[in-house]
Design a binder for this molecule. Structure first.
Ligand code: NAD
Length: 478
């Protein structure tokens, strides 16, 4: 059974309740994750609270030097971290390497603390009076992360929070807890003091203790929409600062003037990369005008070439889904789509995967989807692309804006005018033009809108710095 990290010591929880951790490519159980209760969470929070006075008093220079050491250690362990991700998440090694790199990028950003943590000054705001603001940390921050990026998403949170002078309790996904374990070991190796980063494993009961514990000042959450909403409400009603990123239903618009040699591989990667288990996955392709004459066939032709298999094998494009229950859920979405009139032009259910070991599902393209169908509105989180059509861009934008989510939308076009009309009209916080996945780099906020985000300040970028600090304004006359 894997251990919690509390006050610099790895320890087993008091209770014996646990869940299996699988290798989704083989269906084998590779470890057990404990379900920590109130006592362990309290100990982890207390250890973070105990480390806070001295950590928050450390100099920005000292913290930055440690963060540079952490960055170097992460760089030296990219392959190892990627292998851990593939082993218990299932994604291909290339995707896992990409995930680790995008996580390290946030550490790079956090190394900019000497600039990021600066305040502001206005001398002579009135005669002989100066005004300044300083940034201060908040205290103990809790981070709760989803299964789909076991290394990247924890790295969205704790490096920046800790650089700002906070201490941290991380609750990784119970389905993919192993990436965070290795991140925490390397963090200690970089020289960060005991108790600055703590790790408690568990599921919803563990989260509930964090959301109500009086010593937790702020909560960073990433996960599904209903849980994001719940976490936002519960933590806020307990007086905490909260950022809660939720689910998605991302639309990809293909205009008649799109360069399909660029668009097709980008759409495939967006829809089927990470087996579709990505909050930035393209889930609905909208063929606009004449594009509808060719899009489905061209997508289908390319999709049939994709290879499904274990993520650690070369020449595999799509790894398994996270669990058997999740595969069943994705299958039921496909079945519902077909029963509502969608046509499966590429059918992932036809393949032999469903009977073999591992939680595989082939890529699926559903054509003749209408905006009213569930497959056009609900998050599926699997390798399923629904294709709808719209006579004009305006109608396509209206289709996308009707869904409850607003994470990402992207357009393929050769026209600056169309790109601008799209950017102005679309109700999504991450917008792409001629890219399949509009993921902001770490120096920009991860900006979901509508049901894709609850809160005010988004994760990472300067929003992250603002979220993890509070400002003190000083007005002085000498
Ligand atoms: P999830 O909501 O099931 O779990 C996320 C975290 O919340 C886990 O740590 C889990 O233990 C905890 N949790 C689950 N149910 C809970 C409950 N009832 N009360 C309190 N805590 C609970 O999400 P998941 O399946 O692990 O991840 C996939 C989801 O995350 C998708 O919906 C995806 O779109 C979303 N996601 C969003 C972003 C984003 O930035 N917007 C990024 C990645 C994933």
């Amino acid at each position: 059974m894997i251990a919690n990290l509390i006050g610099g010591k790895w320890s087993q929880p008091f209770g014996r309740e646990s869940l299996p951790v699988f290798n989704p490519a083989t269906g084998e159980v590779i470890d057990q994750v404990p379900l920590s209760g109130e006592r362990e969470v309290a100990l982890a929070v207390e250890s973070a609270a105990k480390a806070y006075p001295s950590w928050s008093a450390s100099s920005v220079g000292e913290r930055t030097q440690m963060m540079f050491r952490y960055k170097a250690l992460l760089e030296a362990h990219v392959e190892e971290l990627a292998a851990i991700v593939t082993r218990h998440h299932g994604k291909t090694l290339d995707e896992a390497r990409g995930e680790v790199r995008r996580g390290v990028e946030v550490v790079d950003f956090a190394c900019g603390a000497p600039t990021l943590l600066q305040g502001r000054t206005l001398r002579a705001v009135t005669r002989d009076v100066d005004q300044d603001y300083y940034r201060y940390p908040l205290g103990v921050v809790a981070g709760i992360t989803p299964f789909n990026f076991p290394v990247m998403i924890p790295l969205w949170m704790f490096p920046l929070a800790i650089m700002a002078g906070n201490t941290f309790v991380l609750k990784p996904s119970e389905r993919t807890p192993l990436g965070a374990m290795r991140l925490a070991e390397l963090f200690a190796e970089a020289g960060f003091p005991e108790g600055v980063l703590n790790l408690v494993h568990g599921a919803r009961e563990t989260v509930d203790v964090l959301l109500t514990h009086p010593a937790v000042s702020a909560v960073s959450f990433v996960g599904s929409e209903p849980v994001a909403r719940y976490v936002y409400q519960k933590a806020a009603s307990n007086g905490k600062r909260v950022q809660a990123a939720g689910g998605a239903k991302n639309h990809i618009f293909v205009m008649p003037d799109a360069d399909l040699s660029l668009a097709l591989p980008a759409i495939l990667n967006s829809a089927f990369g990470n087996a579709g288990e990505r909050c930035l996955a393209g889930s609905v392709a909208v063929a606009v005008g004449e594009a509808s004459k060719v899009l489905v066939e061209r997508l289908a032709e390319e999709t049939r070439k994709l290879r499904v298999g274990p993520g650690d094998q070369s020449a595999v494009d799509i790894g398994p889904l996270i669990r058997e229950e999740h595969r069943r859920r994705v299958l039921s979405h496909i079945e519902r789509g077909v029963s509502e009139g969608a046509r499966p032009v590429v059918d992932g259910r036809d393949r032999a995967y469903l009977t073999g070991p591992g939680f595989f599902l082939g890529p699926t393209i559903l054509a003749q989807v209408t905006p009213a169908m569930a497959v056009a509105r609900e998050e599926i989180f699997g390798p399923v692309l629904s294709v709808t059509s719209a006579a004009q861009l305006k109608e396509a934008i209206a289709q996308a804006n009707r869904v409850e989510f607003g994470n990402m939308a992207t357009i393929f076009t050769d026209s600056g005018k169309s790109a601008r009309e799209f950017r102005e009209g679309i109700e999504a916080g991450m917008v792409g033009v001629n890219v399949g996945v509009a993921q902001p780099f770490a120096f920009y906020p991860f900006s979901g809108w509508k049901g894709s985000f609850y809160g005010d300040l988004h994760i990472h970028g300067t929003d992250g710095v603002d979220f993890y600090t509070r400002k003190k304004v000083v007005v002085s006359r000498w």
